[in-house]
Design a protein around this ligand. Structure first.
Ligand code: BGC
Length: 270
């Protein structure tokens, strides 16, 4: 896929959880559009470094920074390093997230806390650090008409309840209100905050749902568009929401789900 390398020229982006999946695709797409990118990772250092290597080999700019987004100190250290190396931040992609699935009555407090801490508190901590820098720096009209952009990676499960995944669905419902409340508070300062709600996209997080023909056939019954998404479907949406092309879009969720939220069970009934 190709973008005008001018679209995000001069902009500095941080993508959390960028060593694989949607974060990796977001980082690669942002770099193709001209942004300098921090590829954040938690444990997959080699994978993150290899993504950085590819971006640099392609003429882009990237560095890898390790941090657990659920830890306040780690987040602050990561932002300090980014500001030291890149000078500022223009785009935050709040992507890091995980699942720890269990039947509700078997869900441990640890399963609950882990998912809420990474998926929801992690987005709060990173957004807060990014917003502080956006406010400090303000708008640089030759770079972007916004003082900063935050893209929160949500899920169709911010609206679709999910049995066996109560912690995950709750974290995504929380992201929706976090995103909207931040957007309302920060819009006057020219900060734009939006979410992307992916449906089923082929990544490690949901391999079991698409990697066998039986599982895939079952999954496709939930996707009116008739295909499972690929990470670039999300990367392209990230670039658009990060660019001035979406300048009037604020506080909203872009569903990139092949129609999964259209109540596919009603395609032929009701
Ligand atoms: C989940 C995937 C799931 C998809 C659609 C995503 O948010 O992480 O595991 O396949 O939603 O249900």
């Amino acid at each position: 896929m190709s973008y005008s390398p001018c679209l995000l020229k001069g902009q500095k982006a941080l993508v959390t959880g960028a060593s694989s999946g949607l974060g990796e695709a977001s980082a690669r797409c942002l770099a193709k559009a001209g942004a300098a990118v921090v590829v954040n990772y938690h444990s997959e250092k080699e994978e993150a470094e290899s993504i950085v290597h590819d971006i640099v080999a392609d003429g882009g700019e990237a560095i890898a920074i390790g941090a657990n987004v659920a830890k306040e100190d780690g987040v602050k250290t990561m932002f300090a390093q980014m500001l030291r190396e890149f000078g500022t931040i223009d785009i935050l992609v709040n992507n890091a997230g995980l699942q720890k699935d269990a039947a509700f009555v078997d869900m441990t407090l640890n399963d609950w806390n882990l998912v809420i801490n990474v998926n929801l508190t992690g987005q709060f901590l990173c957004a807060r650090e990014a917003a502080k820098e956006f406010l400090r720096r303000g708008v640089k009209p030759d770079v972007s008409c916004a003082a900063g952009k935050i893209i929160c990676m949500s899920s169709v499960h911010q609206v679709i309840p999910w049995a066996g995944h109560v912690n995950y669905a709750t974290s995504k419902g929380g992201i929706d209100m976090l995103m909207k409340s931040m957007a309302l508070e920060l819009a006057p300062q020219k900060i734009r905050i939006n979410s992307i709600a992916p449906g089923a996209i082929e990544t490690q997080i949901n391999t079991a749902a698409w990697s066998t023909p039986e599982a895939k056939a079952k999954l496709l019954q939930l996707i009116p568009s008739g295909r499972v998404g690929i990470p670039d479907d999300i990367g392209k949406a990230v670039v658009w929401l990060a660019s001035d092309d979406s300048d009037y879009v604020n506080g909203t969720t872009l569903f990139v789900d092949g129609g999964m939220t259209l109540y596919p069970g009603f395609a032929k009934g009701g």
